[in-house]
Design a protein around this ligand. Sequence first.
Ligand SMILES: C[S@@+](CC[C@H](N)C(=O)[O-])C[C@H]1O[C@@H](n2cnc3c(N)ncnc32)[C@H](O)[C@@H]1O
Length: 324
Amino acid sequence: MTTDVTPGTDPAPNPHATEEQVKAALTDTKLAQVLYHDWEAETYDEKWSISFDERCIDYARGRFDAVATDEPLPYGRAMELGCGTGFFLLNLMQSGVATKGSVTDLSPGMVKVALRNAENLGLDVDGRVADAEKIPYDDDTFDLVVGHAVLHHIPDVEQALREVLRVLKPGGRFIFAGEPSTIGDFYARWMSRATWFATTNVTKLGPLQGWRRPQEELDESSRAAALEAVVDIHTFDPDELAGIARAAGAHQVDTATEELAAAMLGWPVRTFEAAVPPEKLGWGWARFAFGGWKRLTWLDENVLRKIVPPKFFYNVVVTGTKPR
Ligand SMILES: C[S@@+](CC[C@H](N)C(=O)[O-])C[C@H]1O[C@@H](n2cnc3c(N)ncnc32)[C@H](O)[C@@H]1O
């Protein structure tokens, strides 16, 4: 398998990595990205509750508006780096942010699913397998570049942002959202680990065994977690991320942070969902999880934002423009 990407000859998805490939991936972060995300691509939307309806359109637009300026919408041509299944760009396009889109990702499986989602939504989108550190598009191509939860996977973030600025038209804007803050990542990981430990042990007990996933599924999740440790490379202090963007040549750099109490609910909820059989969790659970997240987001925005320093929030958003 190669992670080298040549335009016009995109590699095919590989959803079933061999033991040997997984072993090699433990010391090769880009191979790990491809194996891990190709493997996850077809089930990713379900795992992360990604949809292309009002709920996720509002969520994506909220992340964009956190740092967007009053530039007129829509942008013409937009590109997403590390698109996954297209959650960010496709929902932003549905909310009127851009008219034409290009989805790109290092994982061929993700590009395939993102293009399928775009087609189902009737959006004007093309796609390409692309490494963010070497973007296979010409200079001055896009009016907007976006990304969600991708910068923390890229070994050389400054090089990726230099590439973003190269493919943006002069005056064009980038917005990267959903990046883990250094402090947020610390508490999210500990809360997730504690939830996994408690759930997988409590469900060994007699009456609760019906809530235990088959051992092979739990083992698979643990193997995924091992690769996750290889693919999650960075966490960000908001000011340091702004400094990296400026060093790459960006102008008008700004950052925002989001989700504190909401993240403290969100991470244990997602971990619990991964640890128990999905059929045990019905609409009541979904209402609790989404309703709880919405109420805690209100608390974050209206109360905690006024008293807690920004770096304690979980998500970092960064924006900047290409000099005219
Ligand atoms: C956490 S997922 C986020 C996917 C999507 N943006 C979302 O928010 O649902 C990170 C994505 O970045 C991709 N990725 C990782 N390293 C990359 C790189 N160097 N260049 C491009 N994409 C990369 C992965 O394949 C994966 O699809």
